[in-house]
Design a protein around this ligand. Structure first.
Ligand code: COA
Length: 320
């Protein structure tokens, strides 16, 4: 069995920064309400010419550069997205084409806001089995194109961006300790798109029962972080950084409080990026990496919760 380390990270954002104040001119909302309920101050929205695939490609290029690895050495691309630009080809194969990689395995996974953990799980398993050596694991979304801009309850939450990591096989060093992912389809109606996609030709728009989603997110995340620490034989005090899905600061605070983690150990980007779904965890990872937050040997706990419901976590020893 091989191990897998993160050797590079990268990210890309929608080209237009939109503040809460900007939104309050179009919707019956306010900066105070959004900040108090979510911790969000701004978000980046894709502009004409930016697509899920182009954001994924930009993030992938930066991750390759950070790892000093040539695109032609990549043998696996896994893209997590809930907003592919088209039904097919997949975003992963579009990225492969843009990177001019003539032959590799490329696939998309769909698990909404937990998507990056699902993609990481897929790549980690293939690396462990010796089926891949260098994998681009990407989360990319253009959620602004499926937001109902007349619904203030959801329009203020979601945004666009992409994050990528290069996951490399190694025989000696352990980076990724484990990835655990779950789903429960009985909660599907609480957060879904309505009115497409498919043969209707319409784009489905996000509909959410926020309070119920909030409650479930807090309880499922508490459960999964406990389970993960126990499974891999760690204690909460062993964690150097929590890298959570960036949906709502209050959800993140609840997980940090449960783990008794000081705020300095929590990677928080929701205030600037808002909820970028599958892109949020790798975007947060890249932001912290670029800020020089992590040092070699740090223990990171990644977690996410999203539509489905889906949820998951991963423990990673930082080896860069
Ligand atoms: N601006 C101002 N007021 C708003 C508003 C907005 N953008 N959105 C909703 N409101 C109003 C509601 O209409 C409601 O008014 P009322 O009391 O007069 O009926 C009031 O604010 C409270 O609404 P509620 O939905 O109960 O607020 P909340 O405290 O649950 O916060 C969320 C709403 C969406 C921020 C919160 O439920 C949440 O974060 N849920 C989880 C979302 C999430 O993480 N989704 C993605 C999962 S990956």
């Amino acid at each position: 069995m091989y191990h897998a380390i993160i050797s590079g990270t990268g990210s890309a954002l929608g080209a237009q920064k939109v503040t809460n104040e900007d939104l309050s001119h179009k919707l019956d909302t306010s900066d105070a309400w959004i900040q108090e309920r979510t911790g969000i101050q701004s978000r980046y929205l894709a502009q004409e010419g930016q697509t899920t695939a182009s954001l994924a490609y930009d993030a992938a290029c930066k991750a390759l550069e950070d790892a000093a690895v040539a695109a032609t050495d990549v043998d696996l691309i896994v893209v997590a997205t809930a907003t592919p630009d088209m039904h097919f080809p997949s975003v992963a194969t579009q990225v492969q084409g843009m990177l001019d990689i003539k032959k590799c395995t490329a696939l998309d996974v769909s698990a909404a806001c937990s998507g990056f953990l699902y993609a990481l799980d897929t790549a980690f398993n293939k690396i462990q089995l010796g089926q891949a050596k260098k994998a681009l694991v990407i989360g990319a979304e253009v959620l602004s194109r499926i937001v109902n801009w007349e619904d203030r309850a959801t329009a203020v939450l979601f945004a666009d961006g992409a994050g990528a990591v290069l996951l490399e096989a190694t025989e000696e060093t352990q980076g990724v300790i484990g990835v655990d992912i779950y789903s429960d389809g009985s909660f599907g109606d609480l957060l879904k798109t309505v009115g497409g996609p498919g043969s209707s030709g319409q784009q489905g728009l996000i509909e959410m029962q926020g309070r119920e989603v909030f409650k479930q997110a807090v309880s499922k995340l508490a459960e999964v972080v406990d389970f993960s620490l126990e499974k891999y034989n760690f204690k909460a005090e062993d964690i150097d950084f929590l890298v959570p899905h960036q949906a709502n600061k209050r959800i993140i605070d609840a997980t940090a409080k449960k783990l008794k983690l000081d705020a300095s150990k929590v990677v928080l980007t929701v205030s600037e990026h808002a909820n970028t779904s599958a892109a949020s965890v790798p975007l947060a990872l890249d932001t912290a990496n670029k800020e020089g937050k992590f040092k070699k040997g740090d223990l990171l706990l990644l977690e996410a919760f999203g539509a489905g419901f889906t949820w998951g976590s991963s423990l990673i020893r930082w080896q860069k």
